[in-house]
Design a protein around this ligand. Structure first.
Ligand SMILES: Cc1ncc(COP(=O)(O)O)c(C=O)c1O
Length: 392
């Protein structure tokens, strides 16, 4: 009997502890964890520097209030701004809060320049921005919104397939009351679908032309996951607002909205707040993650691991063309699209001690820690190959 609400479809397994890429179950089995809390534990389990930061800070100060100065938060905000497009940061606790706050920032900007009716957000249908009311209606997914009406107004949608080289449809969908376009640079839950660089550049161009804001949700694909600190960097596009979460805390709940000066100009005192957002304990952990992940050498290593992983996954795909349809993704945000039911495939991988997780479109999501070792990738490849061979 469980007293937990049944809103999750949990696997019948629990864990005692984790080290790096591995999880150790309560029934004494060792699993290669290529879920890592769904792209959260960017440095794996129990990274010594994170453990030390947490331990040291826990003896000093956990929580004050945003009514006071928080030097640890100032430090992380400075670090994030010095390494990215951003001029300002606003801390939250989760991805959904960060995307909600990003929407608020966009609306508030137009309000502050005397255009309060410019408040609609154009999103991609069946994308994922979190589970709060606004975020589910931003995602526009029937499955996520069913039974949670009344509909939160203010969101319009385009299809992912409309992001084609010339995309006349997008321009038509921008009305006088559109405030921003909000998309995930790489759709995670939606099936590891990368928005091509030229499409991102086109979105930026339209936003400039129409004088609206570009919000790139990097909650899942940001913080080194793509091999660059942000996935959009490769396209050279500069967004106005970027919600982040997951990887920046390395396992500790942190969310944040990064923004440029223009977008931040509407957020005057009292316009937004969070009791827990930016607390000293979270900020110290975030600074440790940031110092490691923003390092060029570290990011080059993510790219190197990614190249090796993708190359060998494609070899497996070529060996089993009737089982694997496509290898997707960038960096260490990888998807294997299979022909048959991916849930069964995931179960087989788990039976072989490799943990992965599903995404839409029959995709198996693979999210190793960013500091994964070559021999761990080899081990995963071997298991994937074995499971494919058993499907034959
Ligand atoms: C792109 C994206 N945005 C927002 C969220 C919501 O984050 P959280 O679950 O921390 O609220 C997620 C979570 O998977 C995500 O992938």
């Amino acid at each position: 009997m469980s007293y937990l609400v049944k809103n999750y479809n949990r696997k019948k397994i629990s864990f005692k502890y984790g080290r790096g890429s591995y999880l150790y179950s309560t029934d004494n089995k060792k699993y290669l964890d290529f879920v890592q809390g769904i792209a959260v534990n960017s440095l794996g389990h129990a990274h010594p520097k994170l453990v030390k930061s947490m331990r040291d800070q826990s003896k000093k100060l956990w929580h004050v209030s945003n009514a006071f100065q928080i030097p640890e938060g100032e430090k992380l905000a400075k670090n994030l701004c010095n390494n990215t497009f951003a001029d300002y940061v606003m801390f939250q606790n989760s991805g959904a809060e960060a995307t909600e706050a990003a929407i608020k920032v966009a609306r508030r900007y137009f309000y502050s320049i005397g255009k309060p009716n410019k408040n609609r957000i154009l999103c991609i249908k069946n994308s994922f921005h979190g589970r709060t009311l606004a975020a589910i209606y931003a995602s526009g997914s029937k499955k996520m919104t069913e039974g949670f009406g009344p509909k939160v107004p203010g969101f319009d949608h385009i299809q992912f397939r409309d992001l084609k080289p010339r995309f006349p449809d997008i321009r038509r969908r921008i009305k006088n009351n559109t405030a921003a376009i909000m998309v995930e640079t790489i759709l995670g839950e939606g099936g590891i679908k990368t928005i091509p660089d030229k499409c991102l550049r086109y979105l930026r161009k339209i936003c400039n032309e129409k004088k609206i804001l570009l919000i790139l949700d990097e909650v899942q694909c940001g913080i080194g996951r793509s091999g660059d600190f942000f996935a959009f960097e490769k396209s050279k596009v500069k967004p106005d607002i970027v919600p982040i979460a997951k990887g920046i805390g390395g396992g500790f709940p942190i969310g944040a909205v990064l923004m440029n000066k223009k977008a931040a100009s509407g957020m005057t005192a009292g316009t937004h707040g969070s009791t827990f957002g930016g607390n000293p304990l979270a900020m110290v952990v975030g600074n440790t993650v940031m110092n490691i992940v923003s390092n060029k050498k570290f990011l080059n290593n993510v790219k190197k691991s990614s190249r090796y992983f993708l190359l060998n996954l494609n070899k497996i795909k070529n060996r089993y063309p009737k089982i694997i349809k496509e290898i997707r993704g960038r960096g260490l945000l990888i998807g294997i699209k299979v022909f048959k039911d991916q849930v069964f495939f995931i179960k087989k991988l788990m039976d072989n001690k490799l943990l992965t997780i599903r995404a839409a479109e029959n995709v198996i999501r693979i999210l190793p820690p960013l500091n994964v070792k070559k021999n761990e990738i080899d081990k995963a490849l071997k298991i994937i190959d074995k499971v494919c061979s058993e499907f034959k």
